[in-house]
Design a protein around this ligand. Structure first.
Ligand code: DGY
Length: 331
């Protein structure tokens, strides 16, 4: 008998095809994520779960999923999964790194450029019939070329953004828990402490995972250290930024603008005051959303899941410590 797998949303067919070979799959075929009660019911007799970042996979879910061997997250970030609880139960957790790095960096840079040059505001201006003539002072923004970019986090995506910035002759500063001298030499990056990064950067772009330590890393205090002309870009996770503090900073012109691909919560409440501001661009968490990348993510997530179900170590195992608890077939 084939193992059973629950897929919490329809993913691209290329991934589903792989899963169908490995398991009997059931897909939640709705626009919105499965409600918690449904998820709890569905996981009861599954061996594998393919989850999205919108599914909170916590101890309650794992307690119901008595046969669960592997949770394959269709994302590089896995803050939606209680990995400690999974490891304690001998459940493997996997993610989809690398395949989305360049696509996410493209979007981060697009957001940076669109915010700096007020692209969305300008488009709305034209559509509203406000374009009367060429004007010397119309929709003035910030230069990108030659500006200072501060990267908070120099993982794969931060590095890919730095590469793009170099093409624009930007000076790139970075702060990370770990210094990366190889990257410094390759791209001419400069490591600085966080305060210095905030004070010197024209653009601050966030590339850290969401952890208890990075929650509200951008807050009233850190925002107050930024230049009045600076722009904040977040393509990481919404809760890294304290949105109330960001609203105050934008309304009081303490910083010039922000570009967010992620929010807290997602989607934002329609009354969220950030949605009323002109000096912010907000996107619906689409950084990895190219056809090619979402296809690769689907294939990677499916392969991870199939490997785990076959008793092998999946390529993108997040909780390696789990291998001390379970037996895997090494070849
Ligand atoms: C991720 O993978 O973590 C992104 O946020 C969505 O692709």
């Amino acid at each position: 008998m084939k193992p059973k797998v629950y897929v919490t949303r329809k993913i691209l067919e290329e991934g589903l095809k792989i899963l169908k070979k490995a398991a009997d799959i059931k897909v939640w075929d709705d626009e919105l994520p499965p409600p918690k009660e449904i998820l709890l019911e569905e996981v009861e007799d599954v061996d594998g779960l393919l989850s999205l970042l919108t599914d909170k996979i916590d101890a309650e879910v794992m307690n119901r999923a008595r046969k669960l061997k592997i949770i394959s997250n269709y994302a590089v970030g896995f803050d939606n999964i209680d990995v400690r609880e999974a490891t304690a139960r001998g459940i493997m957790v996997t993610n989809t790194p690398e395949v989305l790095t360049e696509t996410t960096a493209d979007l981060a840079f697009a957001l940076l450029m669109a915010t700096a040059r007020r692209i969305v505001e300008a488009d709305k201006f034209v559509r509203a019939g406000k374009w009367k003539t060429w004007e010397p002072m119309l929709l003035l923004g910030q230069d990108i070329h030659g500006a200072v970019l501060g990267l908070i986090g120099l993982g794969r995506i931060g590095y890919a953004v730095a590469k793009r910035a170099k093409g624009f002759d930007m000076k790139v500063l970075y702060y990370d828990l770990y210094r990366n001298e190889k990257a410094e030499n390759e791209l001419g990056l400069e490591f600085v402490e966080m305060d210095e990064l905030l004070q010197k950067s024209d653009f601050v772009s966030i590339h850290v995972p969401l952890t208890p330590d990075t929650k509200h890393l951008i807050n009233e205090k850190t925002l107050s250290m930024m230049k009045k002309t600076a722009i904040l870009i977040n393509t990481a996770r919404g809760p890294v930024v304290d949105e109330k503090a960001l609203y105050k900073a934008l309304v009081n012109n303490e910083i010039a603008g922000a570009g967010l691909d992620v929010m807290d919560p997602e989607p934002p409440n329609i009354n969220n005051p950030l949605l009323k501001l002109d000096n912010i661009i907000i996107l619906p968490h689409i950084a990895s959303a190219s056809i090619a990348t979402r296809t690769k993510m689907a294939i990677m997530a499916a392969r991870n899941l199939s490997a785990g179900l076959k008793g092998k170590t999946p390529e993108n195992l997040v909780n390696k410590e789990v291998l001390n608890k379970i037996k895997v077939d090494e070849d």
